[in-house]
Design a protein around this ligand. Structure first.
Ligand SMILES: [Zn+2]
Length: 205
């Protein structure tokens, strides 16, 4: 199971923070509910492309000694199952879908000078599919900040809400409270991001 690392700062700062297993050690198991601190269980490594970073980051894991399941502490600037950071995807989607830039110009706005056409199209398709659910789920946060625009289509409305709330703040709320993924869960991860036993071949993009 993935839970979010309550973290805001640079990736360098993230590296320093996760060196200490006690810093964000969960004090109970989010899966079986055991009221004991989880045991450190090393790291796994995942790739990440951010605006000014392209490499591998460690993600800390903990083990519950009662149910024997692991919990990983995913930093909240990354999206589960996607290689690109929230910032990169947000810059691209806003440039393309809200400001009407071309795919190439939108990729440049997201600091991706060499990006395959299909990747941008993949993000756009996933976001368009997810936009109605996002508009609805983000309403409690967005109404506090700006009035709803009933004339806007779901994609524009969801993008404006995300821009207003802040993409990472919105992701933290969606993922932690509702288990909703900004770009929708991959079909083989149901429900709410848990890998099914039948479909082992989830790929990230
Ligand atoms: Zn447990």
């Amino acid at each position: 199971m993935q839970i979010l690392h309550p973290f805001a700062g640079s990736i360098q700062h993230y590296f320093e923070e996760i060196a200490d297993p006690d810093r964000y050690r969960p004090d109970h198991c989010p899966q079986c509910g055991a009221k004991y601190p989880l045991t450190g269980h090393g790291f796994y490594r995942r790739t990440l492309v951010d605006v000014s970073f392209d490499g591998v980051i460690p993600v800390r894991r903990y083990l519950c000694l009662f149910c024997k399941r692991t919990v990983s502490l995913l930093p909240d600037f990354v999206l589960p199952w996607l290689r690109f950071s929230i910032s990169v995807i947000a810059l691209f989607l806003v440039a393309r879908l809200l400001n009407g830039l071309t795919l190439v110009a939108a990729a440049q706005a997201a600091a991706q000078t060499v990006m395959p056409y299909e990747r941008g199209q993949f993000w756009i398709r996933r976001f368009q599919k997810q936009a109605p659910a996002l508009s609805l789920a983000l309403t409690p946060l967005a109404t506090l900040r700006h009035p709803r625009d009933p004339a806007a289509d779901f994609v524009s409305r969801a993008l404006r809400m995300l821009e207003s709330i802040g993409w990472i703040t919105a992701h933290r709320f969606l993922f932690s409270q509702l288990r909703v993924h900004l770009l929708g869960w991959h079909a083989c991860l149901v429900p709410a991001g848990r890998r099914t036993t039948l479909a082992a071949a989830c790929s990230s993009s």
